[in-house]
Design a protein around this ligand. Sequence first.
Ligand SMILES: NC(=O)c1ccc[n+]([C@@H]2O[C@H](COP(=O)([O-])OP(=O)(O)OC[C@H]3O[C@@H](n4cnc5c(N)ncnc54)[C@H](OP(=O)(O)O)[C@@H]3O)[C@@H](O)[C@H]2O)c1
Length: 325
Amino acid sequence: MPIANVPDRHSPRLMSAAETTVGGAFALPPRTRVLLFGRAGQVGGALARRLAATCALTALDRSGCDLADPAAVRAAILAQRPDVVINAAAWTAVDRAEAEPEAAHRINAQAPGTMAAAAREIGALLVHYSTDYVFDGRKRTPWTEDDSPAPLGVYGRSKLAGERAVQQAGGAHLILRTSWVYGLTGHNFLRTMLRLAAERDELAVVDDQIGAPTWSEAIAQATVQAIGAWLAEPDRRAQREGLFHLSAAGQTSWCGFARAIFELAPDLPRRPRVRAIGTEQYPLPAPRPAWSVLDGSRLEAAFGIRMAGWREALQDCLDSAPRMR
Ligand SMILES: NC(=O)c1ccc[n+]([C@@H]2O[C@H](COP(=O)([O-])OP(=O)(O)OC[C@H]3O[C@@H](n4cnc5c(N)ncnc54)[C@H](OP(=O)(O)O)[C@@H]3O)[C@@H](O)[C@H]2O)c1
């Protein structure tokens, strides 16, 4: 019987033509110059689709700039001289990071530090993403930006070091911590479940890790809205810079997420039964926080952004499928 947990690797892929046609409800002023790293990723792809039609976007994937090369990262920023740098690239292979900590650190900590220094040099805003895995999962109320991080694994430590490198560079920045990212493209839990629905009658899924599945498109929309607000009102920037939690409202387990997918997804070949199991029944190299729900009130107070509930967003994501094909 298969068991499923957090997918470890986000596999490399190319953007399809259809992916570049989806528009966005929120747009930046057309003359805004944006440099995006990580355009082939889940969040990077969603951002590229939204921004390409509405502002002057340069979007790079690994072939356009390897984040393992600090000189290339710096040169890309200084050559473009954008108003906004967005870093949606990251080492997201949570388990593989345990065996390759230096490589994870180079991409998740050193590269954001290099970006932040270069962005400061040209007076650009840096937008960078981080993760709920900076927390140890011991709380049972939503984690705020003032809670002390204590990552359990290499990935979380590398992402926390990236946050600190961005902060220490001293330039204008937004660090957006998100969680359990999924979408209709890329390698993620939703797509794994949809694939397994074609193959299995029953799945066993971890039920004792609690968090908030967050749709990549919702992250992109909120990011564009936050950048737009930052650009529009220079005198309010002090409240609109720093660290913010950006994830769907509500909470569930991986098991609850799987059940919701099989309940809400249209046209499934079958709807597998989902059996709840404990983390100890599905051991993985990297430890995960048991409870990593993020409190979004700072984001709402600063930008007026209230994220939709995870289940409602999942429905929206599934409803958007025909437009993505
Ligand atoms: N995925 C999650 O569940 C999750 C949860 C919380 C926070 N986050 C954070 O959210 C952000 C976006 O995550 P995501 O899910 O969109 O990630 P993703 O789908 O795995 O995309 C990451 C992108 O980074 C690129 N990348 C990796 N190493 C690179 C390098 N050396 N040079 C250039 N590009 C490189 C990858 O390129 P290739 O395609 O060539 O490999 C990939 O396209 C990240 O900061 C991540 O840490 C993600």
